[in-house]
Design a protein around this ligand. Structure first.
Ligand SMILES: NC(=O)c1ccc[n+]([C@@H]2O[C@H](COP(=O)([O-])OP(=O)(O)OC[C@H]3O[C@@H](n4cnc5c(N)ncnc54)[C@H](O)[C@@H]3O)[C@@H](O)[C@H]2O)c1
Length: 323
């Protein structure tokens, strides 16, 4: 597949300077344990929770790690697949056509004919506008749910860390694009008698600002506040919330685990990393009528890491120590 992110770069048998064999050992270390319910493994059947809804997922493809022979599902892809499994018509947007197409293919293989891919780059205002216009045309003007999963940990390899350019790149993809997409989508959703639900995918990086990626932390913290502001502006017709993933075993998570020393050595009370499906189930709940009194919230999906604080988590037995 042609798509890969900068942080996933693996060249000349090395991943971020780590030989591929060691990289794979680390990756194997962070696989979630097998004893999980069907839902976090993506194996539970749909229950019709989003029947009749039309949902747009931005960042619904998935990045690729060339070191990872058996990649887990990414957040955006899991969200798209689960929305379709629960009965929604889904438009999957990604900057890489092939990444979006693969998500649609997975949905189609599950038997849903109601998924569409759109290639679009959110990095410019014109790109954001084009994505929304094309998606609305496909959905016949009916947008019930919008999920902004698009995000980046860092900038492309040629952009030097610590520079203004690096800061701007991360802030643009993780924050400005969300502002632009919300600014255009929400007035449309607000006018519909049924209203709608919007989700931004944030990060516990907003609460635990201790990695060497200050722009990522700042962008995700600001995103949560932007969401709350927008939730206030567009209530009562549109609910707007942030789903806040912790350590999630996705291709992006695995790349970060290799790039940021100690990232995976965190104490997680529920004793495993999350999966893209864990994030997707939180999104399905927020998109459905089941959460109709919930807006302006951070829904933290992290196995209890933030809620218990690191001291509390360290006292528990069976804490996952991976890295
Ligand atoms: N994996 C984790 O541990 C973790 C933890 C906290 C938060 N998150 C957040 O979850 C979200 C998704 O993460 P993921 O792990 O599924 O990553 P991912 O890299 O698999 O998915 C991101 C998708 O966004 C697309 N994208 C990137 N830039 C784009 C652009 N300019 N225009 C259009 N599409 C673009 C990529 O091609 C990719 O398909 C991100 O917002 C990330 O910050 C992930």
């Amino acid at each position: 597949m042609a798509c890969s992110t900068s942080s996933a770069a693996a060249t000349n048998g090395q991943v971020h300077g780590t030989p591929i064999s060691s990289a794979m050992e680390e990756v194997n270390d962070i696989l979630p344990p097998p004893k999980m319910p069907l839902e976090p493994r993506g194996l539970a059947p749909g229950r019709g929770r989003l029947v009749g809804k039309r949902v747009l997922v931005v960042g619904g493809g998935q990045s690729v790690n060339s070191f990872d022979l058996n990649p887990p599902i990414g957040n955006g892809r899991a969200i798209s697949v689960l929305c379709a499994r629960e009965g929604a018509t889904v438009v999957v947007v990604d900057r890489y056509q092939e990444a979006a197409d693969l998500t649609v293919e997975q949905i189609t293989l599950e038997g849903s004919p109601k998924a569409h891919s759109v290639m679009g780059d959110v990095s410019t205002p014109a790109g954001c506008s084009k994505i929304l216009q094309e998606s609305l045309a496909i959905l016949g003007g009916q947008l019930d749910g919008l999920v902004l999963s698009v995000g980046t940990v860092g900038a492309p390899p040629l952009v030097e860390k610590g520079t203004a350019e690096y800061w701007d790149f991360v802030m643009n993809i993780n924050l400005r694009t969300h502002y632009l997409l919300l600014q255009e989508a929400l007035p449309h959703m607000e006018k519909r008698p049924e209203g709608g639900s919007v989700i931004a995918v944030g990060s516990v990086a907003a609460y635990l600002p201790s990695s060497p990626e200050p722009a990522y932390h700042a962008s995700k913290a600001a995103l949560s506040v932007l969401v709350k502001n927008v939730a206030y502006q567009f209530a009562p017709m549109v609910r707007v919330n942030t789903v806040v993933p912790g350590l999630i075993d996705t291709p992006m998570g695995r790349s970060s685990g290799l790039a940021i020393k100690g990232r995976n050595a965190s104490a997680i009370p529920l004793s495993r990393q999350g999966t893209g499906w864990d994030i997707a189930y939180a999104c399905v709940w927020l998109l459905s009528g089941e959460s109709s009194f919930i807006t302006a919230q951070d829904i933290v999906v992290d196995g209890g890491r933030v809620g218990t604080g690191s001291k509390g988590a360290k006292k528990l037995n069976a804490v996952t120590e991976v890295s």
